[in-house]
Design a protein around this ligand. Structure first.
Ligand SMILES: *Cc1c(COP(=O)(O)O)cnc(C)c1O
Length: 414
């Protein structure tokens, strides 16, 4: 490796744009939210981009989301922070499909738990950290329900950057431990993720850290955008019919929607779009409420509770972008009960040997509801996002014990 020449790629970023007002911002500078307090979207010269790469060339590249370099904002290869990403597999649930009476090939789980640090947060944070390095930042901070903090800690430590992270105090213990162990300074806060976000914002002036909160910097969306590029490529540039996405801040849903627009602009896909389904939990469903009420924004959800920590997000700065994508796609937003989430996680694990995270299980619960209500047909191809490895979450205890000195009742094991 050491004496191979580092490959550089052309960069097509032209500028950034306020997602609400369209106001233009310079790309080569550190940027947070727009003046309107809304996310900035990175724009590319798509015409030039389309001339620089072919689908065949892409197919020959190995690895995970860094394969899409031309679609990404990082300029110099030395700033690309990689922890060995993979293209995440599309998995079948043969027994669950049978139970639901759905053709096996029509129900697919995109298993994002295979990414570094065990969740799809790796996509967004790899990009945010790489860009932080490229722009000369040295101290990053964020509020997190766990997985984003773990991804940021790992990528930033690899890049030699400092990180300070704030979690709600009931964040799963394993997340807090992995964050600290991977080099961050992590604090438990007696509040929710938006309360943690306030602390990050308030400390900015004094400590001088950069705020990497979801959608408050422009690059996590670009990382999550690779979910859309990857899915399109896996489907041979024809998109599936429906996507069930567990929606917290909505970065992934917004990112995929952006990916599809860019792919159509360069002529790699046609007009067909999947229906985007935003899945939330009954105990925290601000987007579902706004969707049902026909609103463009989603006010704070009071007293948010769900054990699916990744979707326990009471308020999202990108609310209108999530709602627009869902509506433009002809999709909908739906919430599922806590009981259904865990019943379905356990059932899928037993039936199909697939350990979904609770947020991923929520998408399966939502799929079942949608089938029942006729919102999705059995003949349609549905993608469920399993956004993290199920291993990070509490699991039911296995109680059976055996004393090897007693006589063993093998008949009972038949
Ligand atoms: C962050 C997260 C989500 C929500 O993702 P967004 O793109 O921010 O909406 C869902 N599930 C898990 C496991 C997560 O870590």
């Amino acid at each position: 490796m050491s004496n191979t020449k580092i490959k550089e790629y052309p960069n097509f970023v032209t500028h950034m744009e306020c997602s609400l007002t369209g106001e233009i911002y310079e790309a080569a500078k550190v940027q947070g939210l727009s003046k309107a307090g809304r996310p900035l979207l990175v724009r590319y010269n798509l015409k030039e981009l389309s001339k620089s790469i072919t689908k065949d060339e892409l197919a020959r590249r190995k690895g995970g989301f860094w394969r899409y370099r031309e679609f990404l904002p990082v300029k110099e290869t030395k700033n690309v922070i990689s922890l060995g990403e993979v293209t995440t597999p599309l998995m079948l649930l043969p027994e669950t499909s049978k139970r639901l009476g759905v053709p096996t090939e029509n129900l697919l789980v995109k298993d994002e738990g295979r990414l570094p640090t065990g969740s799809f947060k790796a996509r967004g944070l790899a990009l945010a950290v790489s860009m932080a390095k490229e722009l000369g930042l040295n101290h990053l901070a964020m509020p997190t329900n766990g997985n984003a903090g773990a991804a940021m800690a790992a990528y930033a430590s690899f890049a030699g950057l400092r990180t300070t992270i704030f979690c709600p105090d009931d964040t799963p213990e394993i997340n807090i431990s992995e964050i600290e162990l991977q080099g961050a300074s992590v604090y438990r806060v007696n509040g929710l993720i938006n309360d943690c976000g306030k602390i990050v914002g308030e400390g900015k002036e004094i400590v001088g850290w950069f705020d990497v909160s979801t959608l408050k910097e422009p690059y996590r969306i670009e990382g999550k955008k690779t979910m859309g590029l990857e899915l399109a490529e896996q489907f041979n540039w024809e998109l599936p019919d429906v996507i069930f996405y567990p929606t917290g801040g909505g970065t992934g849903l917004i990112g995929m929607w952006k990916a599809f627009a860019e792919l159509e602009a360069i002529g790699w896909i046609g007009k067909k779009r999947p229906r985007m389904i935003a899945v939330q939990a009954d105990g925290c469903a601000p987007i579902v409420k706004a969707f049902q009420e026909g609103e463009e924004h989603a006010p704070v959800w009071e007293n948010a509770t769900t054990a699916a920590a990744g979707i326990r997000v009471p308020v999202a700065v990108g609310d209108f972008l999530i709602l627009r994508a869902v509506r433009e796609s002809g999709g909908f937003a739906v919430s599922v009960s806590e009981e259904d989430i865990f019943d379905i996680r356990d059932d899928a694990a037993k039936r199909d040997g697939v350990l979904l995270c609770p947020e991923g299980a929520a998408t399966l619960a939502a799929y079942e509801l949608a089938l029942r209500d006729g919102l999705v047909k059995k003949s349609e191809t549905a993608i469920l996002y399993n956004c993290a490895t199920g291993l990070k979450y509490p699991m039911p205890t296995a109680y059976k014990k055996l004393n090897r000195h007693d006589s063993i009742n093998y008949e009972a094991m038949q």
